[in-house]
Design a protein. Structure first.
Length: 77
C-alpha cells in the first residue's frame, strides 16, 4: 500500500523537480512516508469509506501544495 501511495505521489511530484532540489525531494518523501504510514494504519483499524475519501483528498492536496511551493521556491535551505 505504501509503495502504491509513493508511486502515486511520484506521478505528480517528480516532473516538477530537478537535481538542485534533491534535498527538498528527500524532505518531501520523508513527510509523505509518515503521512501515508499513519493513514494506512488508520485504515487497517477503521475501514470506512469516509476515511478512504479523506486520505485520498489529503494525499492529493498535499502533493499539489508541494508542487506550488516548489514552483515558487528557487533555493533549498
Amino acid at each position: 500500500m505504501l509503495c502504491i501511495a509513493i508511486g502515486w505521489n511520484m506521478i505528480y511530484f517528480v516532473p516538477y523537480t530537478n537535481k538542485k532540489k534533491t534535498a527538498t525531494l528527500i524532505g518531501f518523501y520523508g513527510f509523505a512516508s509518515v503521512l501515508y504510514t499513519t493513514a494506512y494504519i488508520t485504515l487497517t483499524w477503521f475501514i470506512n469509506i469516509y476515511i478512504i475519501i479523506c486520505v485520498f483528498l489529503i494525499s492529493t492536496g498535499s502533493t499539489l501544495i508541494y508542487r506550488e511551493l516548489l514552483k515558487k521556491r528557487t533555493t533549498v535551505l
